[in-house]
Structure formats: structure tokens, C-alpha cells
Write a protein that binds this ligand. Structure first.
Ligand code: R5P
Length: 316
């Protein structure tokens, strides 16, 4: 629910890219506005064409487009949208990118690019003036931009969805060092102790647990992460926790990419429940353990505040 009425002026337009139309429609419904008309096509050679079907001259434009798989296509589509808006004299372009692809390429490793920084540069060059995202993989990604970036937290909506469904003897587990801050917030909200796993990434699909800090014996564990891609991180976390005597496993992650056989891997690992949000289009699966929480109300409230010049960072 929004904190107040949304009263858009004539100068407000909300567009949806093709990455997650269901989320864009849900945000539009929350705001009580129609989605702007546009035509997105692929030519036979794979090139993309974006055409705005309405004027954006001097308007405040919002484009909802997570850069989710296929990441490169969705990214180029967002850039093309921004370029079309800029060349059509939009007053301001805000990219609503609930999931920011390439966020994990956020530091220099030997002879590798910092792709997240390159993506930030591309977005600005294309004409994006402001970025609204959710649970950015690391806060330093904001520093790759010279424009304002607001990153919302999904901890509140996920905790609300989990309320009353978790056992009393719960421990919240961070599956790596990078997730300790948000795991601490989950633990605080749920009134549960915290355990921390340290991992080493061996490849894109395989991680090794090196340490486990905290008491999990006999407990149910809620493992929290920003994203589930292949599920490798969570499966190796579950193995380590089971070896340490944990008895049941719950998962909460903001971005449910669930690529390939991730759902099957988690199912085989014996997960009781997986809660993800709709920042990306979650693959349709017949799996009763999987629950998707919509962030449309959160995103709509953030857009309402931006349009009404209210603080987004105070949303908590
Ligand atoms: C890593 O730092 C991230 O926070 C996730 O833990 C990881 O990227 C998830 O990927 P996968 O599901 O493929 O292990």
C-alpha cells in the first residue's frame, strides 16, 4: 500500500520494457496509471528496435526494466529506451532496474573487467538521470554512478511474507561475508540468532564452504541471500549446515533468477520453503515450496515519492 495518493501531472509517463511486464503492470496498477505505449521488436538479424508511441517531450519518464536474463538483451533494451527518451526531449529519465545484472562484477580481479562499473557508464551515456533498484549486490555499485541511485530493501516485504510460517528454534544464516549486513537485519526482525558461512567461489556454478560461525545444531535455518542464480551457493550452504547438525532449511532471496535446474537442485537438497520476490520474472515451476512476493507496492511507493519530491531513503 502506498503512503499517500499518487497524483501524477500530465508530465509523467511510465514505460515497461520486456524483462518483466507482469511487474510493470502491477506497479502501474498500484499507481493507478496506464503504461506508456511503445513497440519493441527484434529484427531477423537479432538487432533490437524500440519505438515510443507517445510524446515524452519535457516529461518525467520512468522505465521499468530489470536487467535479468537474457542480461545483455535486457540491458541493451534499457539503453535503447533511454536513448529514445533523451532524443525525444524527455525532461528526465529514471530507470527502474529492480535487478541490476552484472552487479557481481564489482571489483577488479586479475585481468578481468569491472563490468558493473561499465554498465553504470553505459546507462549514463544513454541518458539515464536516476536509477531505482532493489538490494544491489553491494552498496559500492552506487559509487560507479555520477547520478542518483536509490536502492530499496526487500527485507521488510519478505519478513512480512514469512511471518508466522517459521519455526521458533530458527537461526538466520548468511551464506557468505557479503550478506552479513542484511542477514543481521533479518535476524533482528525475526528475533533469531545469526550464523555466518564463509565460502570460496570455485567457478560460476560451484562454491566451497570454508567456515561456519554460530550455533545451528538442532535448529531450523533461514538462509538469506540477495540472489539465487544456479542455486550452487545455497546447496553447498545446506550441506555444511546439515553436517553441523541443522535440521530444516528455509531460503529467502530477493532476486529469484533460478537459472537452469536451480529449483531441482534446491528441492533435492531438501528445502522446506523458498521465498523470492518478483524483481525478475520467476520461472514457472510446479513446486509448492516456492513463494513469490510482489515488490510492486514497494516500487510504486518509491516512484510516488520521487514524483512528489519526497525522500526515498527514508522508506526503511
Ligand atoms: C554471491 O556473492 C551472491 O550473493 C550469491 O550468493 C550468488 O551469486 C548466487 O549464485 P548461485 O545461486 O549461482 O550460487
Amino acid at each position: 500500500m502506498m503512503d499517500g495518493p499518487f497524483i501524477p501531472g500530465d508530465d509523467f509517463v511510465l514505460f515497461a520494457g520486456t524483462a518483466n511486464p507482469a511487474l510493470a503492470e502491477a506497479v502501474a496498477r498500484e499507481l493507478g496509471v496506464p503504461l506508456g505505449g511503445c513497440r519493441i521488436e527484434h529484427f531477423p538479424d537479432g538487432e533490437l528496435s524500440v519505438r515510443l508511441l507517445e510524446s515524452v517531450r519535457r516529461k518525467e519518464v520512468y522505465v521499468i526494466q530489470p536487467t535479468a536474463p537474457p542480461v545483455n538483451d535486457m540491458l541493451v533494451e534499457l539503453l535503447a529506451f533511454a536513448d529514445a527518451c533523451r532524443r525525444s526531449a524527455a525532461a528526465r529519465v529514471t530507470a527502474v532496474v529492480p535487478y541490476f545484472g552484472y552487479a557481481r562484477a564489482d571489483r577488479r580481479r586479475r585481468r578481468e573487467p569491472i563490468t558493473a562499473s561499465m554498465v553504470a557508464a553505459l546507462m549514463q551515456t544513454a541518458g539515464i538521470d536516476h536509477v531505482l533498484s532493489v538490494d544491489l549486490h553491494t552498496p559500492q555499485i552506487e559509487g560507479f554512478f555520477q547520478i542518483p541511485v536509490d536502492s530499496l530493501s526487500a527485507v521488510g516485504p519478505i519478513c512480512d511474507a514469512l511471518a508466522g510460517t517459521l519455526p521458533a528454534d530458527l537461526a538466520v544464516v548468511s551464506p557468505d561475508a557479503g550478506r552479513v549486513k542484511s542477514a543481521t537485519e533479518f535476524a533482528h526482525r525475526l528475533g533469531a540468532p545469526l550464523a555466518i558461512i564463509m565460502k570460496r567461489r570455485e567457478s560460476g556454478t560451484h562454491t566451497e564452504v570454508t567456515h561456519l560461525v554460530g550455533e545451528v545444531r538442532g535448529r531450523a535455518c533461514l538462509i538469506v541471500d540477495d540472489m539465487i542464480s544456479t542455486g550452487g551457493t545455497l546447496v553447498s550452504s545446506i550441506h555444511a549446515l546439515r553436517e553441523a547438525g541443522a535440521r530444516e532449511f528455509y531460503i529467502a532471496a530477493t532476486h529469484g533468477l533460478l537459472v537452469g535446474d536451480a529449483c531441482e537442485r534446491l528441492q533435492e537438497a531438501g528445502v522446506t520453503r523458498v521465498v523470492v520476490t518478483d524483481t525478475v520474472r520467476v520461472p514457472q515451476r510446479e513446486w509448492s515450496a516456492l513463494r513469490v512476493v510482489s515488490l510492486a507496492p514497494l516500487l510504486a511507493e518509491a516512484i510516488r515519492r520521487m514524483v512528489h519530491r519526497e525522500s526515498v531513503s527514508e522508506m526503511g
